[in-house]
Design a binder for this molecule. Structure first.
Ligand code: KIV
Length: 270
C-alpha cells in the first residue's frame, strides 16, 4: 500500500482523484463487518445504499426503507470505516416533502450516524433541497439515470438516457446538480457514451454503475459482486465471489453433521 492508499478519503480528495485521473473505487455496506473489510481493502467510498431494502431486507424495491432503518445501517457502517468516505442514502420520502424536512433528515445522518455525506436521487427538481443541505455543511452526492426510488413512475429497470430527449435531460440535470453544490454524481444504467459526455462536462467526479468505463469511479452493490444476493443479476454486475454457494454448502454440511450426531465432537465440548 502506498501513502495515498492510507490517506483519509474526503470530498476534496475525490476531486483530486478526478483531476489526477485516478479511478475512484466505491462499494456498498450495510453492516459493521462489511464496512471494516471494505475499509481495510482500500475502497475509497462506502455507500450505505438503500439497496439494503432489496438485497438485505428482502423487499422488492428500495421504497419501503425508513429513516430509522437507514440510520441504523449508517451508524454501524460509519463506526467500521476509518479511511473511506462514508455516504448514506436519504430514503424515499425523507427529502421530497419539504426542504426543512430534507435538511433535518440529512442532519440526523451527520449527527446520529456520523455519515460524512448523504446521497439523494433526482435532477433539477431536487436542486433547492441540495442547496439547503450543502449550505448547512453536509456534502451531497447526486444520483441520475436509473433512480430506483422512482421505479413505479418509470415502470421498469431499463437503461435510461437512450433517447436523445432523455440524454439531453440527464446532461442538463447533471449541470444543475453541479451548480447546486453536489461533490459527486452517481450515474446508474445509462449508455457508455452519455456517461462519458456527462463526465467530461462536469468538474466534479462521476461514479458509474452500469454506465461504462469512462466515469471517474465505479460502484457496485457488494452483495451483488460477492454473489451473496443472487435473485437477479444485472448485466453490469461482475461477480468476484460466489458467497451464497459457500454459505449454503457450509449450512448443509453443518445440518448433516448435527443430524448424524457428528457435531459437536469431544474437543468442541467441555
Ligand atoms: O442504493 C444503492 O446501493 C445505490 C447504488 C446502486 C449506487 O444507490
Amino acid at each position: 500500500m502506498n501513502a495515498d492508499s492510507r490517506r483519509k478519503v474526503t470530498t476534496r480528495r475525490l476531486q483530486e482523484m478526478k483531476e489526477a485521473r485516478e479511478p475512484i473505487a466505491c462499494l456498498t455496506a450495510y453492516d459493521h463487518l462489511m464496512a471494516a473489510t471494505l475499509d481495510r481493502s482500500g475502497i475509497d467510498v462506502i455507500l450505505v445504499g438503500d439497496s439494503a431494502g432489496t438485497v438485505f431486507a428482502g423487499y422488492d424495491t428500495t421504497i419501503p426503507m425508513t429513516m430509522e432503518q437507514m440510520l441504523y445501517h449508517a451508524e454501524v457502517v460509519a463506526r467500521g470505516a476509518d479511511r473511506a468516505l462514508v455516504v448514506a442514502d436519504l430514503p424515499f420520502m425523507s427529502y421530497q416533502i419539504s426542504e426543512e424536512e430534507a435538511l433535518r433528515n440529512a442532519g440526523r445522518f451527520a449527527k446520529e450516524a456520523l455519515a460524512e455525506a448523504v446521497k439523494l436521487e433526482g435532477g433539477a427538481q431536487v436542486c433547492p433541497t441540495i442547496r439547503r443541505i450543502v449550505d448547512s455543511g453536509i456534502p451531497v452526492m447526486g444520483h441520475l439515470g436509473l433512480t430506483p426510488q422512482s421505479i413505479h413512475q418509470f415502470g421498469s429497470y431499463q437503461i435510461r438516457g437512450a433517447s436523445d430527449e432523455e440524454a439531453e435531460r440527464i446532461l442538463r440535470d447533471a449541470a444543475a446538480l453541479q451548480d447546486a453544490g453536489i461533490f459527486a454524481l452517481v450515474l446508474e444504467k445509462v449508455p457508455t457514451l452519455l456517461a462519458r459526455q456527462v463526465t467530461e462536462s462536469l468538474q466534479i467526479p462521476t461514479i458509474g454503475i452500469g454506465a461504462g468505463p469512462y466515469c471517474d469511479g465505479q460502484i457496485l452493490v457488494s452483495h451483488d459482486m460477492l454473489g451473496i444476493f443472487t435473485r437477479f443479476r444485472p448485466r453490469f454486475v461482475r461477480r468476484y465471489a460466489e458467497i451464497e454457494k459457500i454459505m449454503a454448502d457450509a449450512f448443509e454440511r453443518y445440518r448433516d453433521d448435527v443430524k448424524k450426531g457428528d457435531f459437536p465432537a469431544d474437543d468442541e465440548s467441555y
